[in-house]
Design a protein around this ligand. Structure first.
Ligand code: PEP
Ligand code: MN
Length: 348
């Protein structure tokens, strides 16, 4: 249950309310989000709360139950745009393009990739330094070294970094290097982790769990929002279905559905969504046509030798046709790619 405090509250009155909650041992958590002050508590305490002396500063009580509140359009009708070093994610006029390897492997791989991204005026690079691999014997990522490589090369090329955090013990370290923290599909329902991540001020790209319903995905976003971090970007990356020809089934319908239910930006990841290189560009186009705010794809200078996800990574040379296709689809829905935003490279 959420208690929304009246806008014209007095800090002293909020403090008094909190003191009363403490005095009567009522569990609570104070949150400031989207310019509002809110307190969560448990629904079973409703009558006790309404009987408090300070209850008059409560504007309304919103039952939470299994529903998400902060993530909903009902709570915040206007689209959320998240500023990442001067580029908005979720801006209705633009489609964000995020590209890079699955894993950071070495400096040369990232240099070749960044050069190509820059040639296309791409603003965001992706690349994991800690990899959540299905097998413990697969490449697990370069760790700190990988973060250092991607940061240095991103700075030289004015790129913003999206990289995954796989565990609470790594949050502080990844925050030193990343511009956007990625929560992987396998961690979407790790609620303790989500609450810890929400303590940072970084934008969080929340991938959909591979077995998660749309509502569960929005509730995972709600964990982050209700813990005080309002900068959540949702990412559809395909779900497991009975089909076994593709790695996952890209749930294109989820894109306009989530856009109607939530104000949060929604991006699509057709690389993991399909697992097949030749399907990445068409599915990126389909996602944009369906209303995605951006697409994130894997690219690699030499996919045959990639240490992870080579079969779904575009060759760098394929970026030309990828950009051509996606910009045409974006134009058809009255948008431009963010690669059309001009800015000066901030070279060292
Ligand atoms: C990734 O982006 O490389 C990744 C591991 O994605 P997911 O969590 O969607 O499998
Ligand atoms: Mn990958």
């Amino acid at each position: 249950m959420i208690l929304i405090i009246k806008q014209e509250f007095d800090q002293l009155e909020v403090d008094n309310l909190i003191n009363e909650l403490v005095e009567y041992s009522i569990p609570h958590n104070l949150v400031h989000v989207y310019g509002k002050t809110l307190i969560h508590s448990e629904a079973s305490y409703k009558d006790k709360i309404l009987a408090l002396n300070q209850s008059s500063i409560i504007e309304r009580l919103v039952p939470s139950g299994s529903e998400y509140i902060f993530a909903s359009r009902a709570f915040k009708p206007e689209q959320t745009i998240i500023d990442v070093k001067g580029i908005g994610i979720g801006d209705p006029n633009y489609v964000n393009i995020i590209a890079g390897p699955c894993s950071v492997e070495n400096e040369n791989q990232l240099l070749l990739t960044a050069n190509e991204l820059r040639r296309h005026n791409i603003k965001f690079i992706r690349g994991g330094a800690h990899k959540p691999r299905t097998s413990p014997y697969s490449f697990q990522g370069l760790g700190t070294k990988g973060l250092q490589i991607i940061r240095e090369i991103a700075d030289d090329n004015d790129l913003r970094i999206i990289t995954e955090v796989i565990d609470t013990t790594l949050i502080d370290e990844v925050c030193k290097y990343a511009d956007v923290l990625q929560v992987g599909s396998r961690n979407m329902q790790n609620y303790y982790f989500l609450k810890e991540l929400a303590k940072t001020d970084k934008p969080i790209l929340l991938k959909r769990g591979m077995y998660s319903k749309v509502e569960e995905w929005l509730l995972a976003a709600e964990y982050i929002l209700s813990s005080g971090n309002a900068k959540v970007i949702l990412c559809e990356r395909g779900i497991r279905t009975f089909d076994n020809l593709l790695r996952n089934t890209m749930d294109i319908a989820a894109i306009p559905l989530v856009k109607s239910l939530s104000h949060l930006p929604v991006i699509a990841d057709p690389s993991h969504g399909t697992g097949m290189r030749n399907l990445v560009t068409p599915l990126a186009g389909a996602s944009i046509a369906a209303g995605a705010d951006g697409v994130m794809i894997e690219v690699h200078p030499n996919p045959e030798l990639a240490l992870s996800d080579g079969e779904q990574s575009l060759y760098l040379e394929q970026l030309d046709s990828f950009i051509q296709h996606t910009s045409a689809i974006a134009a058809a829905v009255n948008k431009k790619l963010d690669t059309s935003i001009n800015y000066k490279y901030n070279l060292k």
